[in-house]
Design a protein around this ligand. Structure first.
Ligand code: NOJ
Ligand code: CA
Length: 679
């Protein structure tokens, strides 16, 4: 780790020759990335409006974009500022992930702190801190402790992102009822509506940019609204009362992040968002266990079983034991059981008052089943559906986690099924308020859950969550989450996920962090009109392509029992990685990812396509030179096609070395999965 002052990199630009003679342009301050390619400039205009701009190789990426805030009860932060000071430093360390898509991560940036002070009578001040990396940048506002601005009620954040070049955008709408569960739009930037982050752009010159945020703590999630042409402005998620964010200074906002890369794959391997989070605060987290799991789950989504009690109840002793036996036999770590607890009878959706987090249904003997699982070296995975009622959940959460801890249940899936704006939280007034899933109060709630769980050595996997902003670095028990359209959509009687969905996710939602997508479906006919719109080989490839330390084998057990050969890949594939590389990829079209197992010398490859069939080249130069590997290949058969022949899969093996290049033939909606066994 190193800190050093960086006097030379902070440049003080002099006024330009064309400035109005009576009113010289105020100074600019700037900083460049460690490799010098990316730079940020901060300035104020003649009205004292602060703005920043981003350049890459000297060309604009973000045109001058405003910084500032609207407050509810005091004048805005937007003009009359001067740059009262600036400081630069550089930082370089390499840190280790306890689990992850790679073991070691280099955190190397140059930082510029800009002190903005009002020149009018108020003389209020705010710092903007920029961290510029080779692969992008983050910046945040730091509200200092000052008598003139103590209680801060933010009405809106005025941060802008003015995209310098024409570009195509991949985005999902913000503020709509189904939260983060939308299909991605691909439109020119000028056609983006209110959008969630991450939003990913490809400029007409081929530059890739993804806008998101890091370290969302005690603040509202940021969406983007398009102001005009290619210019976006922050649009914070509403709060429950006065202000979108209510804080007492001193405090910092989350980082506003821009990942910037020449190709789509480099967005995926960027660690910018993790790097902008604080190091692990939990100490020894060897109790956080990446694992694969099966569950009493898909059968409910197919409507063969119910969460509710009654003749179709899924969470019975017998059914759970069957799943435990299966997991033990096939070396899978966990068994998720949903619908185990009282509260599912009646209208649970968006209600949640009825849930007990300690009382099992009578046909689910939790003590006996936990002991049975333990005897088979399998763990039960707990389930806390809250229906978005965080207020009710918080009143029982401690007791719920205590029960799980006593029974050795060390991973819990939580759920917040409620329409957007219909979550419920207890306000500081002690009353229950409707809330948005990504508002400040829910940001607080999720961290409360993670902290309570951590005390009992439990890992948490929220569905209908708050967005991922890299907090897994600080709280490694925040192991994965949903936060996008998962596989479940392809089970229901609604249009499922189209073949391009996962190739969109990789370059958008998944840039934020792991997702519990729940792959591994072999039974392609479901209640969805098109069923599951992939081939079998693509289902296998998803275990490598979609990173998650909890990875479900989501299908019915009988579909695995009937197909042991393709299931072998699901048995073999790891969930914790030494290294990750992207061999090729285009947003929404295709991607090939290779990852090295953390616990052996084996590598795994996953390649997926959208609705097009295609051939991709995979140079194996990532393998150890001179070493032989047995490539166990699971590829689309000659007739494979997601619509007509999804199950056409060829499983074969051949010897390869690092000097080989494989040609991957992917069917429409297809994929390929390979295990490279080091010899
Ligand atoms: C939605 C979740 O995504 C799904 O996995 C879960 O089964 C249901 N909610 C019920 O909690
Ligand atoms: Ca969901």
């Amino acid at each position: 780790m190193s800190f050093r002052p960086l006097a030379l990199i902070a440049l003080l630009f002099s006024s330009h020759a064309f400035a109005a003679p009576t009113l010289p342009l105020p100074p600019k301050v700037g900083i460049a990335s460690p490799d010098g390619n990316l730079s940020v400039e901060v300035t104020t205009d003649n009205d004292g409006r602060p703005s920043y701009a981003v350049l890459r190789d000297g060309k604009p990426v973000i045109s001058p974009s405003r910084l500032g805030f609207l407050f509810l009860d005091v004048p805005k932060f937007e003009r009359n500022f001067v740059i009262a000071g600036h400081q630069a430093r550089s930082f370089d360390e390499t840190w280790e992930q306890p689990w992850g898509e790679r073991r070691s991560i280099r955190n190397h940036y140059n930082e510029l702190r800009v002190v903005l002070t009002e020149k009018n009578a108020l003389k209020r001040s705010i710092d903007v801190v920029f961290r510029v990396y080779d692969d992008g940048l983050g910046f945040r506002y730091e509200f200092p402790d000052q008598a003139s601005l103590k209680e801060v009620k933010i009405g809106e954040e005025l941060t802008e992102f003015d995209i310098a070049e024409p570009a195509t955008a991949w985005w999902i709408p913000a503020g709509e009822w189904n939260r983060e569960e939308y299909l991605y739009h691909r439109t020119p930037v000028q056609e983006v509506g209110d959008a969630q982050t991450p939003i990913t752009l490809r400029t007409d010159n081929g530059l890739h940019i993804s806008i998101h945020e890091a370290e969302l703590i005690d603040y509202a999630g940021m969406n983007l609204t398009r102001v005009e042409d290619r210019k976006f402005r922050a649009m914070l998620t509403p709060g429950i009362g006065d202000g979108k964010v209510v804080r007492t200074a001193p405090f910092n906002t989350p980082w506003r992040t821009l990942q910037i890369a020449d190709n789509a794959g480099d967005l995926v391997t960027s660690s910018l968002i993790l790097n902008l989070n604080e190091p692990n605060k939990l100490g020894d987290v060897s109790w956080v266990k990446p694992m694969k799991y099966v569950g009493v789950w898909w059968e409910m989504h197919l409507d063969r079983k119910t969460w509710a009690s009654g003749p179709k109840h899924g969470a019975t002793d017998e059914n759970v034991m069957r799943h435990i036996d299966f997991a033990a036999k096939h070396g899978l770590g966990g068994v998720l059981v949903e619908g185990w607890n009282v509260g599912w009878d009646g209208d649970w959706f968006g209600n949640g008052e009825d849930f007990s987090f300690t009382r099992p249904y009578p046909d689910f003997d939790i003590e006996k089943l936990a002991a049975y699982a333990k005897s088979k070296h399998v763990r039960l995975i707990g389930h806390h559906e809250t229906s978005g009622n965080a207020a009710h959940y918080e009143s029982q959460m401690g007791a719920g986690f205590d029960l799980y801890q006593r029974l050795g249940i060390d991973a819990v899936k939580t759920g917040y099924v409620a329409d957007a704006g219909q979550a419920k939280v207890t306000g500081l007034d002690g009353k229950v308020h409707y809330a948005w899933h990504e508002g400040q109060d829910m940001a607080r709630h999720h961290l409360k859950v993670v902290a309570e769980a951590a005390k009992r050595h439990i890992s948490v996997n929220p569905h209908e969550p708050i967005k991922d902003t890299g907090l897994r670095r600080t709280y490694p028990n925040w192991i994965t989450r949903e936060g996008a359209r998962g596989m479940e959509f392809s089970a229901w009687g609604v249009p499922g996920n189209p073949p391009e969905h996962e190739a969109n996710l990789v370059f958008t939602r998944l840039l934020a962090g792991p997702m519990d997508y729940t792959p591994g479906i072999f039974g392609m006919k479901t209640r969805a009109p098109d069923g599951v719109a992939t081939t079998w080989a693509k289902q296998l490839a998803l275990y490598v392509v979609i990173y998650s330390p909890l990875q479900m084998a989501a299908d019915l057990l009988e579909n695995y029992e009937a197909n042991p050969k393709p299931f072998k890949f699901i048995e073999d594939v790891p969930v914790d990685w030494e290294d990750t590389r992207v061999l090729n990829g285009e947003i929404g079209d295709f991607v090939t990812i290779v990852r090295k197992d953390r616990n052996s010398d084996d590598w795994y490859l996953g390649a997926i396509s959208d609705e097009e069939g295609r051939e991709l080249k995979a140079p194996l130069s990532f393998l150890d030179p001179g070493r032989k590997y047995l490539a166990q290949i699971y590829r689309d058969g000659e007739h494979a096609d997601w619509k007509r022949a999804p199950q056409d899969i060829v499983i074969e093996q051949r010897e390869v070395t690092s000097s080989d290049t494989l040609t991957l033939r992917l069917a429409p909606g297809g994929g390929q999965a390979i295990r490279f066994v080091a010899q």
